[in-house]
Design a protein around this ligand. Structure first.
Ligand code: PLP
Length: 382
């Protein structure tokens, strides 16, 4: 008997095109993913509420703009934009390698540390692998787990921070990756050095810990572990860092991953040929040299946090002390309502409902002038 091959017609040409439901062809799991919803763009808010000035304190961006040295470097590079960038980011890796005291083969750059998460997922997650992470946490971890057919295992926060003890207990045969965001977005908390030391040194061989240190630049607590120490110690740890926050280069998209060479080589196998633009590379090199800017930003951040804490206490708003450049606080009312009321006053912050923190909202530390405007608006709303 001859084999019967059934061909399902996809497009039928009958004068017109009958489209087949595209969802039939999607990779399994994709339909469970909701597209990322970013903070409202400034232009939209201005138009919607008829405002001429709006303060955006929703996405943990740098209130002082980009590092001026980075901007100067970008201007010089513009004449070269017809040339492809240097794919491996050799100069930037050399500069980072000197600063961090590790071999340049232990560093890979990408277009934002968000994309480093994608590289990690693409290189390591097989279908059915388990990916451990906090609940709630940065949404990108769950997305890449889904895309790759992995299974996210959420572990509830305890006292608004990672519950490493429970996470440790949830590690099983199939656990491939563990994400720990330190300091944690959205809560601003850190896991302390002693706890993380314990966690890292007892990890089974078949798991990799991914430490997202997007906000580590802002930490002043000496009890905060430096993920790089674990890498230098030879552990299965990947550290993710970014130029988006401290250096104010979020719009350029430059982030990097640090790990032992074998792991970085794996990430390089799945990365794009030219992940960081020419302007991104020169700006990052220049920004690393911008000590003045860095110090100004950190000093302002500390002052802003202290100011918010004082004002919150006066207003009886309970807040989670933060190690980052934002504060998650409990305003005692529906977060969507609160955010809408503040929008009318030209202030954009992030509502907590997206993380199941229904009466909380996250505000980014701004310039002192912006901080005062936020508090003023808050007073009129509450
Ligand atoms: C902002 C942020 C990043 C950095 O993202 P980029 O892609 O480098 O801009 C990474 N992780 C967390 C948790 C963040 O909040």
């Amino acid at each position: 008997m001859g084999a019967i091959i059934r061909v399902t017609p996809v497009l039928r040409w009958r004068g017109g095109v009958t489209m087949t439901d595209i969802t039939r062809f999607l990779r399994r799991g994709i339909l469970d993913i909701d597209p990322y919803i970013p903070g409202k763009p400034l232009e939209d808010v201005k138009a919607e509420f008829g405002l001429s000035e709006v303060v955006k304190m929703a996405s943990n961006e740098n209130p002082f703009g980009p590092s001026p040295r980075a901007v100067a470097a970008i201007e010089k590079e513009l004449k070269n934009l017809h040339l492809y960038p240097e794919g491996p980011c050799t100069l930037l890796r050399e500069v980072l390698s000197k600063r961090l005291g590790i071999d340049k083969n232990m560093i890979t750059l990408s277009n934002g540390s968000d994309n480093c998460v994608v590289l990690v997922g693409s290189a390591f997650i097989n279908e059915g692998d388990e990916i451990l992470m906090a609940d709630p946490t940065f949404l990108v971890y769950r997305t890449i787990a889904k895309i790759m057919g992995g299974r996210s295992v959420p572990v509830k926060l305890k006292d608004h921070t990672h519950d490493l003890n429970t996470m440790r207990k949830k590690i099983g045969e199939r656990t491939k990756l563990i994400f720990v965001c330190n300091p944690h977005n959205p809560t601003g908390t850190i896991v302390k050095k002693a706890q993380l030391d314990d966690f890292v040194t007892t990890l089974p061989e078949h798991t990799i810990l991914v430490l997202d240190e997007a906000y580590a630049d802002f930490v002043t607590d000496s009890d905060h572990p430096d993920g790089l120490d674990y890498i230098k110690g030879g552990y299965n740890v990947i550290v993710l860092r970014t130029f988006s926050k401290l250096y104010g280069l979020a719009g350029l998209r430059v982030g990097y991953a640090l790990a032992r060479e074998e792991i970085i080589t794996a990430l390089n196998r799945v990365r794009e040929p030219f992940p960081v633009s020419r302007v991104g590379q020169v700006a990052a090199v220049a920004a690393l040299d911008d000590k003045e800017f860095r110090e100004k930003v950190i000093k302002n951040n500390e002052e802003g946090k202290a100011y918010f804490y004082r004002e919150f206490e006066k207003m009886k708003v309970s807040y989670i002390p933060s190690h980052a450049n934002f504060i998650l606080a409990d305003y005692g009312r529906d977060s969507q309502q609160l955010v809408r009321s503040l929008l009318r006053q030209g202030i954009i912050i992030r509502p907590g409902y997206v993380w199941n923190y229904h009466t909380f909202a996250r505000v980014t530390i701004g310039t002192m002038d912006q901080n005062r405007r936020f508090i003023q608006a808050l007073k009129s709303v509450l």
